[in-house]
Design a protein around this ligand. Structure first.
Ligand code: SAH
Length: 405
């Protein structure tokens, strides 16, 4: 692309920006909408600047896109846009505005910016009412964090901004671990409405194992199936999102998690929501607990399985699928005919076909017949970028046992 037609400021910027060339003359995945340019995709011998804007060019000519470079990571560039753009305050403001506009009118707590899904790779922002939690996972976003926080404050009027840059992935970019309040009061504890329940959350809680926000829809949808007096098992419960919502509908819920902090969180949430008498919080390994309940011939009306990712990479997939089959075998033992299974996977390597096969293997082994009643989609505040499979990670299925119970 020539300079003609560019705004003078953009032209001045373009003159100084570093340009990197791809090695391979074939079509690059980024030309289909992917955003990652690996170091190995680049023509050798080019110096990759750390955290700076770069324009990526194709060896056949033409610009693939503009992004922020990382000198230390295997992913040398994460693109922000097709073509040539100035990665300046105006650009970042527009991207943030688009992300904020997409969530307008939604839940009071949600993921406000989700990295690649919002064309802001390396930036994650969660909103808890009038407070924001920011994370930068790339050198480029880390360098711009002060500016991004200023823009976020301007655009949302946030009363508090907390930085949670205590993320292991930052090591890939040579970034240090950092957490603290960047704006607003020092107290990071709040009472948040997630789904239909209240939760006491510390935005700087060192035990926080992951997102709190991505299962809100599912918590409410599963609770909608519950009638008073039903027995519900919330397995891999974390703070008990499924169990607490079920208890609010009158169910008797058991929440199982191996982390002591999660179990304490369940108890606190049960009290906060006035359902302490309908929730039992158990600290246990889920597999062992399920086996124990099966041995005791315990029965539940609804079993929820929401484990952490079993397959962090493709090589781990076969073992992960065996793990899912094993897990579902035990879970099905707790359900009679008419019992409901709501089951989730948060690994993008496990596609729906593979997940369904693993569950079917479990049903077959136990002589049970399942009806597939529906699915739970990834919530819209965690947008899936069509060209990046990794952005689609959360899948859920709802089954009813209709025979063999
Ligand atoms: N269901 C939760 C999210 C679960 S995250 C929600 O809706 O918010 C996964 C949880 O599984 C974590 O809290 C983790 O502590 C727990 N966990 C991981 N391995 C486990 C195991 N083997 N047995 C029981 N819990 C486990």
């Amino acid at each position: 692309m020539g300079d003609k037609g560019l705004h003078p400021a953009a032209r001045a910027w373009a003159a100084g920006v570093i340009r990197l060339r791809l090695a391979d003359r074939r079509r690059h995945r980024c030309q289909r909408g992917h955003l990652w340019v690996y170091r190995s995709d680049l023509e050798p011998g080019q110096e990759v600047p750390d955290g700076e804007p770069v324009v990526v060019e194709h060896p056949r000519g033409g610009v693939v896109g503009t992004g922020l470079a990382s000198a230390r990571s295997q992913i040398a560039v994460r693109l922000l846009a097709r073509g040539e753009v100035a990665v300046d305050e105006g650009f970042l403001r527009d991207r943030l505005c688009a992300a904020i506009a997409r969530r307008a009118g939604g839940r009071p707590c949600h993921r406000l910016v989700w990295s690649e899904g919002d064309l802001l790779p390396g930036l994650i922002v969660d909103r808890y009412h009038d407070r924001l939690v920011v994370q930068a996972t790339t050198a480029g976003m880390d360098r711009r964090l002060g500016l991004l926080i200023d823009l976020l404050r301007e655009l949302t009027g946030a009363a508090q901004v907390v930085e949670r840059n205590d993320l292991p992935v930052r090591a890939h970019e040579g970034l240090e671990q950092r957490a603290g309040v960047r704006h607003g009061p020092a107290d990071t504890v709040l009472e948040a409405t997630l789904g239909a329940a209240r939760w006491r959350i510390d935005l700087l809680d060192p035990h926080k194992t992951g997102t709190y926000l991505d299962q809100q829809d599912a918590h409410e949808r599963v609770a909608a199936l519950v009638r008073p007096g039903m027995r519900v098992a919330d397995v891999f419960s974390h703070l008990g999102g499924f169990g607490v919502h079920a208890a609010l509908r009158g169910a008797q819920a058991v929440c199982v998690d191996q982390a002591a902090a999660s179990v304490a969180g369940v108890r606190a949430a049960a009290d906060l929501n006035g359902v302490g008498d309908r929730i039992e919080a158990i600290e246990a390994d889920a597999f062992a607990w399920l086996r124990g309940e099966a041995r005791a011939k315990a029965r539940y009306d609804v079993v929820v399985l929401d484990p952490p990712s079993f397959a962090r990479n493709r090589d781990a997939l076969p073992a992960a699928l065996r793990g899912y089959t094993d897990l579902h075998r035990h879970a099905l033992d707790l359900l009679g005919t008419g019992g409901v299974l709501a089951t989730f996977t948060c690994s993008h390597h496990v596609d729906e076909t593979a997940f369904r096969e693993a569950i079917l293997d479990a049903a077959a082994a136990g002589g049970r017949t399942l009806r597939l009643d529906g699915r739970f989609d990834q919530p819209t505040d965690h947008p899936v970028l069509a060209a990046i499979p990794e952005t689609e990670y959360l899948r859920g299925l709802r089954y009813t046992v209709i025979d063999g119970g």
